[in-house]
Design a protein around this ligand. Structure first.
Ligand SMILES: NC(=O)c1ccc[n+]([C@@H]2O[C@H](COP(=O)([O-])OP(=O)(O)OC[C@H]3O[C@@H](n4cnc5c(N)ncnc54)[C@H](OP(=O)(O)O)[C@@H]3O)[C@@H](O)[C@H]2O)c1
Length: 292
């Protein structure tokens, strides 16, 4: 029985939904954030907010004190070794359950940081669940929203490849299930949505739901890189995005599995449901994005 769950990345895309799902369960929730002052209002009152930074090991001890379940997220800017060292520290102080947010195919690709972190999490001997997630639908609302809203375009260098998008809200619910229910220890799950869509089909879903023409111009990696760089994205980020969409072009991102359905006991949300739920955020006059 988990008594205290620590959620890392709690202000991020998946972590916020993990917190929402965990508050309905019988556990105390602690979130570790870099700036508790600005984050506290974002969580229900029952959630304990503590100062935590992966890159400041002096914050680890307080953050882990009394914790027995951990949702571990590697922030994109933090190196794999640091996140793995934190998992090892958690194990040393007796955190017996870990759910780690990984990426689909990480076990086969030694080049991704998740591959190395997974290995070190498993090696701790703590009861672990590896959550290997497909592309989040929320990427369309975050990184790609400006192209959708300003230009009516899904602007990604994905060729004709398919993606088995998963909704971060479903991932949050899955985090709560695997950390608080029996039967998920020492397992790896491949978490995808219910369908694989190419980006022509993605644009068609947006056009239909938003009642506005959205196109997929099928940009080359070079024109995607040039536009994203002009928008002010750092070169490392542009390179990362091109690398990610190369996996789509190569047909490696379209696998659909039944793991989400099995864990949730219902079908995972599809892209249409996601666009319907967030339609207001994709409208041209929406000024701010609310990801609640
Ligand atoms: N996007 C996808 O399609 C996809 C698919 C599969 C797997 N993933 C993996 O998902 C992970 C990212 O998850 P996400 O998208 O939910 O997170 P996210 O939205 O990128 O947010 C990152 C979180 O990490 C926190 N953070 C940043 N630096 C930190 C530090 N030094 N110490 C402590 N916390 C820090 C941020 O909090 P503050 O800024 O508030 O401090 C924020 O809560 C990545 O490892 C990525 O590879 C992503």
């Amino acid at each position: 029985m988990i008594r205290t769950v620590l959620v890392t990345g709690a202000t991020g895309t998946v972590g916020r939904h993990a917190v929402d799902s965990l508050v309905d369960r019988d556990a105390h929730i602690r979130v570790g954030v870099r700036d508790p002052g600005s984050a506290t209002d974002r969580f229900p009152e029952c959630v304990e907010v503590v100062a935590f930074d992966f890159e400041k090991p002096e914050t680890w001890g307080e953050t882990l004190s009394g914790v027995d379940g951990l949702f571990l997220v590697r922030p994109p800017t933090v190196d794999a070794g640091t996140v793995a060292a934190f998992a090892e520290a958690a194990d040393r102080v007796g955190v017996g359950r870990v759910a780690y947010l990984s990426t689909l195919g990480a076990e086969k690709n030694p080049l991704v940081p998740h591959h190395r972190i997974e290995k070190r999490v498993v090696a701790t001997g703590a009861s672990h669940t590896l959550l290997r997630a497909s592309f989040f639908m929320q990427n369309l609302l975050e990184v790609h929203r400006a192209d959708l809203v300003d230009n009516g375009e899904v602007f990604v260098p994905a060729g004709d490849g398919e993606t088995s998008f998963v909704d971060a809200r479903d991932l949050g619910e899955i985090v709560a299930v695997v950390l608080t229910e029996r039967g998920h220890g020492n397992r790896a799950y491949d978490l995808t949505g219910p369908e694989a869509l190419d980006y022509h089909e993605v644009a068609a879903v947006f056009s239909d739901v938003l009642d506005r023409r959205i196109t997929y111009p099928r940009p080359s990696p070079l024109s995607f890189a040039a536009r994203t760089y002009r928008r002010g994205a750092p070169p490392g980020f542009v390179l990362l995005m091109c690398g990610i969409y190369t996996t789509v072009r190569l047909g490696l991102a379209g696998r659909v599995t039944g793991d989400c359905r099995r864990i949730l006991g219902r079908p995972p949300r599809d892209l249409r449901a996601f666009v319907e739920d967030y339609a207001d955020e994709f409208r041209a006059d929406a000024e701010t994005v609310h990801l609640g």
